[in-house]
Ligand binder design. Structure first.
Ligand SMILES: *Cc1c(COP(=O)(O)O)cnc(C)c1O
Length: 355
């Protein structure tokens, strides 16, 4: 604390990201990173962009990421004016809070969801109301039929992994005509249906994607928003009032190459999904209750063993999982899907802990 702080800084409750341990080979299942490397084309593209002496780095990058937006628009069958790009989807979400979700009525999001949403709400002074998930941790669309200044949730939801079918999302978007609905699809490539298909019909829908999870580029910080050109325009107005060059040259080259290799995405995502089903079965075998997941993580609890105790014992063996000290879920652990070998190491350790 300092007398030099602004009022807003006094009131902030910053988001706490998962730990990045300084160990040689941790079994790191705590931040939903992809266990596989990005497409080899990504590495080639970064090398090509850099050149022999890094001479391209002298110059500012393209402020509007034109090539990248064209590649992504083509991939999703959109126009480039329906695509916004930012420095990680967290930045895209932050701009959406400021540009589209701040109104007189409260923003609605689930009681159990991505914990960055209340953080952005406080940063941008957006009033909000949380809507409880049902007992199976599912979002009930009917509960959002109330006056609001916007709706936001991930699909699949985080940290539960539960996914809503596209028909449910469409029902919400069709009914919620007075404000914007933001669907955060950070995990959509691991088995859920994307709402991008609805964009041409609903001017109040914004869909947010990231290259951090399914495209293995968390270290590059590239995220997108897709929606009606008027919504994208609002995001660009905030972006150009904040940082004209949110994506560096290497990130633009890397992400473009990642979108040009759809085969790589399919292969690595299928592997992750197969490992998820294997891990789920092994956890159930050990007595865990596991929420059915359409993401690259599972959300599980053991009725006889305390979640903090389990995660502490795993940590002693350099195995990292995520625990959230929040109501309703403080006995759950969120476990990212690693390679099969990492999942096996985890299961062996858990077997010992819960025996
Ligand atoms: C990981 C995650 C993000 C952030 O992704 P970045 O693009 O790495 O900033 C956004 N939303 C949800 C729900 C996530 O889990």
């Amino acid at each position: 604390m300092s007398r030099y702080w602004s009022d807003i800084v006094h009131r902030l409750v910053p988001y706490v990201p998962g730990e990045q341990p300084a160990l040689a080979k941790p079994v790191k299942l705590n931040t939903n990173e992809n266990p596989y490397p990005p497409s080899p084309r990504v590495v080639e593209a970064i090398r090509a962009e850099l050149g022999d002496h890094g001479e391209s780095l002298r110059r500012y990058p393209d402020p509007v990421s034109k090539r990248l937006r064209a590649a992504v628009a083509a991939h999703h069958g959109l126009n480039t004016d329906q695509v916004f790009v930012g420095n990680g989807s967290d930045e895209v979400l932050a701009h959406a809070f400021q540009a589209l979700l701040k109104h007189d009525l409260p923003l609605l999001f689930p009681d159990i969801t991505y914990s960055f949403y209340p953080t952005y709400a406080r940063l941008y002074d957006v009033q909000y109301r949380t809507v409880p998930l049902d007992d199976a941790f599912a979002i009930r669309i009917e509960d959002y039929a109330q006056p609001n200044g916007g709706v936001i949730f991930p699909n699949p939801n985080a940290p539960t992994g539960h996914a809503l079918p596209l028909a449910q999302i469409e029902k919400l978007v069709a009914a919620n005509t007075e404000s914007v609905v933001v669907i955060d699809e950070a995990y959509v490539d691991f088995g859920a249906e994307s709402a991008i298909a609805l964009i041409d019909r609903y001017p109040n829908l914004l869909v947010v994607h990231t290259t951090s999870k399914s495209r293995s580029l968390a270290g590059m910080r590239v995220g997108f928003a897709f929606g009606h050109a008027d919504l994208i325009d609002a995001l660009n107005r905030v972006k150009d009032s904040f940082n004209s060059y949110p994506l560096d040259r290497l990130a633009q080259a890397a992400a473009t190459a990642a979108y040009e290799d759809a085969d790589w995405l399919r292969t690595t995502s299928s592997r992750v999904m197969a490992s998820r089903e294997k891990l789920t079965a092994a956890l159930v075998q050990l007595g865990f209750e596991v929420v059915p997941s359409a993401a690259n993580f599972v959300f599980a609890r053991h009725p006889q063993h305390d979640a903090v105790l389990i995660s502490t014992k795993l940590r002693e063996q350099e195995i990292f999982v995520r625990h959230f000290n929040a109501p309703r879920v403080n006995q759950h652990l969120r476990i990212s899907i690693g390679t099969d070998a990492e999942c096996d190491t985890l299961v062996a350790a858990l077997k010992d802990i819960v025996k």
